[in-house]
Write a protein that binds this ligand. Structure first.
Ligand SMILES: C[S@@+](CC[C@H](N)C(=O)[O-])C[C@H]1O[C@@H](n2cnc3c(N)ncnc32)[C@H](O)[C@@H]1O
Length: 200
């Protein structure tokens, strides 16, 4: 199953991933600012879905958000609970949220939808829309490309999306784009972007 493959792939490199990406200092300041601008002031629960090492969940909590980190990979959840003992981190999958309808003020899926087969994106966005309260916020980080296409990501197969197409998919699931942040490329990074949308 796709989810099992993703879990096993990240579990096998969890220590290295934490070392390379697991602190807020390793996140670009523009990205941190974007996330903070859209989710830091959320009035109600915020879910960081696919939180990995948990550093961005912790960042959001530092901004005053009632953030919970959720991830498939036990190694990441154990690390987050140890490093950020004041935070809440739970094992779980972003395609089946343990949250009542319209109960969360915001969702962050920061590079955690990149491994979803394109045909599964609508179901996941619909699940997010179910859980988010009216006018609640969704923030995504994604890889960018001229067409939807798989590529050989270092952990496991991932997909790049055109920004306009992703925005259209958000609309189809009941969200409205409010801001996008194309991220400049450099020799070390693939083109990528952040997008924020509100429910309704
Ligand atoms: C590229 S990492 C990003 C981690 C973190 N958001 C960050 O910025 O460092 C992708 C994360 O998404 C998680 N993930 C992928 N599919 C998931 C799913 N169905 N449910 C929960 N987590 C998932 C992976 O376990 C991994 O931690």
């Amino acid at each position: 199953m796709e989810t099992d493959r993703v879990r096993q792939s990240y579990a096998s490199v969890a220590d290295l991933y934490i070392e390379l990406f697991g602190t807020r200092q390793q996140v670009h300041p523009d990205d941190l600012a974007f996330i903070g601008r859209h989710l830091g002031g959320a009035r109600g629960p915020v879910l960081d879905l696919g939180c990995g090492p948990g550093h961005i969940t912790d960042h959001l909590r530092g901004l005053g958000a009632d953030a919970t980190g959720i991830d498939l990979v036990p190694e990441f959840i154990a690390h987050a609970r140890t490093c950020f003992p004041d935070g809440r981190y739970e094992l779980g999958s972003l395609d089946r949220l343990d949250a009542p309808d319209q109960s969360v003020a915001g969702i962050l899926a920061w590079y955690s939808l990149i491994h979803l087969p394109p045909q599964d994106l609508h179901g996941v966005l619909t699940e997010f829309r179910r859980a988010v309260a009216p006018a609640g916020t969704l923030v995504l980080g994604m890889f960018e490309g001229p067409e939807v296409a798989a590529f050989d990501h270092k952990v496991t197969t991932a997909y790049r999306w055109p920004m306009d197409e992703l925005s259209e998919r958000l609309t189809r699931a009941g969200f409205t784009e409010v801001e996008r942040l194309p991220r400049p490329t450099d020799p070390r990074h693939r083109p990528h972007f952040a997008i924020a949308a509100t429910a309704g």
